[in-house]
Design a protein around this ligand. Structure first.
Ligand SMILES: [Zn+2]
Length: 65
């Protein structure tokens, strides 16, 4: 198994010390923040669709008006 690479910058994120594993799998804490910012950015960019319930059997269509 090859060494894990940072999903942000692509550099090898080799674990040096047990204490630095907080940023894993990122190479550094900075890249970790960048990845988080991306996630938040996408959440705000895409329209909020909060419909986790499958409810496909409900074919109730409300008329417009
Ligand atoms: Zn990185």
């Amino acid at each position: 198994m090859p060494d894990p690479r940072c999903p942000v910058c692509g550099q090898p994120s080799a674990r040096r010390s047990p204490g630095e594993r907080s940023a894993f799998p990122f190479c550094s804490d900075r890249c970790r923040q960048v990845d988080l910012a991306r996630w938040f950015g996408e959440r705000y960019a895409v329209p909020a669709e909060e419909e986790d319930a499958p409810g496909d059997d409900d074919a109730t269509v409300t008329g417009q008006g």
